[in-house]
Design a protein around this ligand. Sequence first.
Ligand code: SF4
Length: 438
Amino acid sequence: MMKFHISTFGCQMNEHDTEKIIWVLEKIGYYQTENRHEADLIIFNTCAVRKTAEDRVFGQLGELQELKRRNPDLIIAVCGCLMQKDDIREYFLSKHKHIDIVFGTNNIHKLPQLIDRHLRTNEKIVDVIEDTREISENIDSNRKYSYKAFVDIMYGCNNFCSYCIVPYTRGRERSREPESIVREVENLAKTGCKEVTLLGQNVNSYGKTLDNKISFSQLLSLLNDIDGIERIRFMTSHPKDFSDDLIDAYKNLEKLCNHLHLPVQSGSNRILKLMNRQYTKEQYLEKIYKIRELIPEITITTDIIVGFPGETEQDFLETLDLVEKAKFDSAFTFLYSIREGTNAAKMSDQVPDDVKHDRFQRLLDTLYPIGLESNRKLLNSIQKVLVEETSKTDDNILSGRTESNKLVHFLGNKNLIGEIVNIKINNVKTFTLEGEIV
Ligand code: SF4
């Protein structure tokens, strides 16, 4: 039996790709080990979004040199978004001669052939498919959880936000056929899965590339009819494509969770234009007001970048103003960092680090009280929580998520993992809720 170890960097897409890689490897007789030192095959599934993630992969690959020296039969493979970029791939290969196999985001299904070729020839194998219209449907996943699952509904992105590398690494947008998605979710339901999270860079434009056009809300409606599935989530939306029919879906589909993640990135129209986001602050807020009016209990979260090139104090104040008006439940906040290969990297007016850090802190100081206030509204309410795991330090403390995606801690038996239980919320913090089973 051959053992493999895999390290995953980046977003849910990469996490789900890793589940596919594990499935592919287990089918050919490999089994997974958590100990890199005993592995026969080590894989890095990389992320290109932030330079820091690239540097971490680069450093960790360097550390493998010694392992390879002691065990020349060890196979070292690198895949994921970083390897889709020619310049980065060439740089990695030139500096880390001990890499044996490189493959990209579009050819996970070929991994067995690539390993076989390497074992037969002992040659370095580089197999990256640049841009493709193809979608490989004959690949399953070894899922980390039985009760919740990621399901890809589309790949790639056509938006070319000026700070983002994704369209260059994951290619142009293409959607899976709805029949394949429904089949996959039906099969998940049969094995006891209760919650699916639909993945795509811009799920709101799902179906546009298909011959038989279908909208994202129509897909949601098909999935809502599948017995056994109790919750449907999705990641990620683009504000410019967020439409009224999706608001209707929130109203009409009982399994669609009351949580919307709608990345805004900035509250300044000037910066939004430089980012090529294709909406204004006013258009964004109009959508938020509308959905809050129609679905008052919805949780809305976002992504915000601080210190984009050229961001002035006035631009930043516009962002704070938007945060206060939108009343986000929480936000993923990022300090802008240069990503070579993107248009924003060529912009000259970079914001000094100390200014970025100061604005970042002021952004958090604005976000946190709003998040806490939103959580306070849940005090004494009864929430349906999907139990996900035990605390790392105490098996009797469980955690799970409300339908609106809030994290809740409570006492209970770990046999409840995977079940949906009623929790009375009796304490709230900025990021978490606490309660008891009722
Ligand atoms: S929508 Fe923009 S930020 Fe999101 S993946 Fe596409 S280019 Fe990147």
